[in-house]
Design a protein. Structure first.
Length: 164
């Protein structure tokens, strides 16, 4: 289910934005799922249906956060007449950073309450969500955006190599 949802999101981002954005989003999603599953594995926690629900929720949150950053990059590319893509991406991240931090902190407050007050199943669900939301926030800023820059710079070289 997670792989299927990631593939659908790749198609959506490629269609909605640009092909340059899609690989970074998928790499960020893969990072979030691997980090969350790795934390569960490291602590010898059981993979169950609540873990699957947490992973799907994490994928949804992470792609939403990544799309917000990507949308700001796309807007700034049209508004700012600059050839320096690094500056545009940096400005876009800075413009969305406050919203991102406030959102994840509010969600983490609730998740920590569930983690400490909930029962066994809720405890595992909240743990997966905490790890995934922290990882998702990190990846949408530090993984997805640099992947976009890399794809943007790499594609002309690939097109030139294949003669297109």
């Amino acid at each position: 289910a997670v792989i299927f949802s990631v593939l659908l999101m790749l198609i959506y981002i490629g269609y909605r934005f640009d092909f340059y954005f899609a690989p970074g989003a998928v790499v960020a999603l893969g990072h979030d799922v691997i980090i969350t599953m790795g934390a569960f594995s490291l602590l010898n926690k059981e993979f169950n249906i609540s873990m699957l629900a947490a992973l799907l929720t994490i994928v949804g949150y992470s792609i939403n956060d990544t799309i917000i950053v990507y949308d700001r990059i796309r807007e700034n590319r049209h508004l700012i007449n600059s050839n320096n893509l690094n500056d545009i991406v940096n400005l876009s991240i800075n413009q969305t950073l406050g919203r991102t931090i406030i959102t994840v902190l509010m969600v983490l407050f609730v998740l920590f309450a569930i983690f400490f007050k909930g029962g066994g199943t809720l405890h595992d669900f909240a743990f997966a969500m905490i790890v995934g939301f922290i990882s998702g926030t990190y990846s949408s800023i530090f993984i997805a955006s640099p992947c976009y820059i890399g794809m943007y710079r790499l594609m002309p070289k690939i097109k030139k190599l294949f003669g297109k």
